[in-house]
Design a protein around this ligand. Sequence first.
Ligand code: 5GP
Ligand code: ZN
Length: 139
Amino acid sequence: MKDCIFCKIIRGEIPSTRIYEDERVFAFMDIHPISKGHALVIPKVHAENIWEMASEDLAAVHAASKAIAHALRSALDTEGIAVLQLNGAAVGQVVMHYHLHLVPRVKGAPALPMSHWELTPGNMDEIKTIARKISAEIK
Ligand code: 5GP
Ligand code: ZN
């Protein structure tokens, strides 16, 4: 897509720190890293979000993220990796080209902000009602 910042990165019109590339996938370092090693994995074909992604591209991005996750672990003394992917401005997506965040936590680094939340037990009746609605819609 012409004006998409990540499409421009793939085309080399905007510089990026590339770490991986194949037929379908491009991966590079985030310029506002949440942690040391924060990387982004994107499809080469523009798709805004999970609803628009071709299943083949979705599979390719996730397969590549596994290889990159192995590399993050061996290169950076990583103890854990948060994988985050936002769909829609309502949940904070800023760049409207599908991307997986790989956010490593290296040994001794502070806890990641997005991976710690308080556990409050839900209402099981409500959970089951919602689950029935969802599963009825799965095609
Ligand atoms: P989102 O909130 O959409 O999931 O996150 C977008 C991410 O893209 C942010 O973490 C932001 O730092 C990153 N980002 C935005 N513009 C650029 C850019 O020009 N180059 C790189 N490498 N990352 C970018
Ligand atoms: Zn794009």
